[in-house]
Design a protein around this ligand. Structure first.
Ligand SMILES: NC(=O)C1=CN([C@@H]2O[C@H](COP(=O)(O)OP(=O)(O)OC[C@H]3O[C@@H](n4cnc5c(N)ncnc54)[C@H](OP(=O)(O)O)[C@@H]3O)[C@@H](O)[C@H]2O)C=CC1
Ligand SMILES: CC(=O)N[C@@H](CCC(=O)OP(=O)(O)O)C(=O)O
Length: 340
């Protein structure tokens, strides 16, 4: 089966290609982008020597046609027009935000412009989602922060162990912002410093987190989210807390998380007392998770680490595509991190 990558010169595109090079069933087809079209991939993704000679083409329905899978790793707002020209026989995977939100009003508030519609949400670990993805021909890849927060908190809400008033503070590596030049991402601004941004309920991933947790809880969940930028290229460490429901004990909380992730190939509840670090998941399609009950404050504390480009984007996308193609879910996806 052949897979095309639109946005092949970007960070998400590069990570898709790195993983697809090790995928036994998916062959790499067309590579497309915008300003780098006409050049060679070797100039934009020099860490992928096997593909250095491959040409980058313009992103168009013509160049993307005739593939079994098309990954769209394009800036927000560019996926819908391309996807509309691809038939239902092609599995189309949107790594951007265009098809994640179900509520057009939330789209309008946080992104602006016309809502493109809603596609099946590519987080297989959520209750019932594997069934949905196994029949999907369109897949919306979650945002990297929502991937971390939903994995960290859905077991508590599914088991009725947390109240719907969530606070999240998460640190991300700079690759989360994409390759294009941004003043706050200049080396001199980022090196040796951790900084907060988009605080105060304005980050566009907030409604996506609320949407996912509300669906699991069966009642509205509010999220107060503060992202921070850390001086590292990859990784997210999210600290997620919510008031504990009456009667919750350390044992009931741990059991709920053990049950939720039993048999999960990629999400690992760490041994008690071991806390997640981004280095545990570097380059791997994994999430490393720990949960605790803060009895003094009466709060559930879930801390999670993922690699924003792997489980947070490209690895998560391929995991969902494996399900949609009827392949083993783990195929071609790395479990091992790089340490130290
Ligand atoms: N980085 C991350 O951790 C995550 C990213 N995502 C999503 O993935 C998508 C890509 O992000 P990322 O790789 O970080 O971004 P980059 O800025 O690194 O790459 C963007 C890519 O899109 C191409 N592109 C830009 N404009 C157009 C256009 N008008 N038509 C066709 N191609 C275009 C660029 O081509 P060229 O270089 O030739 O200009 C480049 O290949 C985004 O929607 C992002 O939200 C999702 C989760 C996490
Ligand atoms: C560090 C950093 O800037 N991160 C990005 C999120 C990256 C991501 O997952 O986002 P989308 O797919 O929704 O763009 C941000 O906060 O905007």
């Amino acid at each position: 089966m052949r897979a095309a990558i639109a946005g092949a010169s970007g960070y998400a595109g590069g990570e898709l290609l790195r993983l697809l090079l090790g995928h036994p069933e998916l062959e790499i087809g067309a590579l497309t982008a915008a300003s780098s079209a006409g050049g060679l991939l070797g100039a934009r993704q020099p860490h992928l020597p096997q593909l250095a000679h491959r040409a980058i083409e313009e992103t168009s329905a013509d160049t993307l046609a005739g593939h079994d899978v098309v990954f769209l790793a394009l800036p927000h707002g560019h996926s819908a027009a391309v996807a509309a020209q691809l038939g239902e026989e092609t599995i189309v995977v949107d790594c951007g935000a265009d098809h994640r939100l179900a509520d057009p009003a939330a789209w309008q508030e946080f992104y602006g412009g016309e809502h493109a519609g809603t596609w099946p949400y590519g987080l297989p670990e959520l209750p019932g989602q594997r069934d949905v993805l196994s029949k999907a021909t369109r897949i919306a890849v979650p945002g990297c922060y929502p991937t971390s927060v939903l994995l960290a908190l859905f077991p508590a809400f599914a088991a009725g162990l947390a109240e719907p008033d969530v606070v999240v503070v998460a640190a991300s590596g700079t690759s989360g912002a994409g390759k294009s030049l941004k003043p706050n991402l200049l080396g001199s601004e980022v090196m040796g410093s951790v900084s907060a941004y988009s605080a105060g309920g304005v980050h566009r991933h907030t409604p996506e987190m609320e949407q996912g947790l509300t669906a699991v809880a069966g009642a509205p969940v509010r999220v107060s989210f503060t992202p921070t930028l850390a001086p590292m290229s990859r990784g997210i460490l999210a600290t997620c807390t919510a008031p504990a429901a009456p009667g919750v004990t350390k044992e009931s909380l741990r059991s709920a998380y053990e049950a939720a992730f039993k048999g999960e190939p990629f999400v690992r509840l760490l041994p008690e007392g071991v806390w997640p670090a981004t280095s545990m998941t570097y380059g791997a399609n994994t999430a490393a998770l720990q949960v605790a009950l803060d009895e003094r404050a009466g709060r559930v504390i879930a801390v999670i680490a993922i690699d924003n480009l792997t489980k947070g984007t490209a690895g998560g996308a391929i995991q969902s595509v494996n399900l949609a193609l009827g392949l083993p879910e783990e195929l071609g996806l790395p479990l091992t991190g790089v340490a130290p």
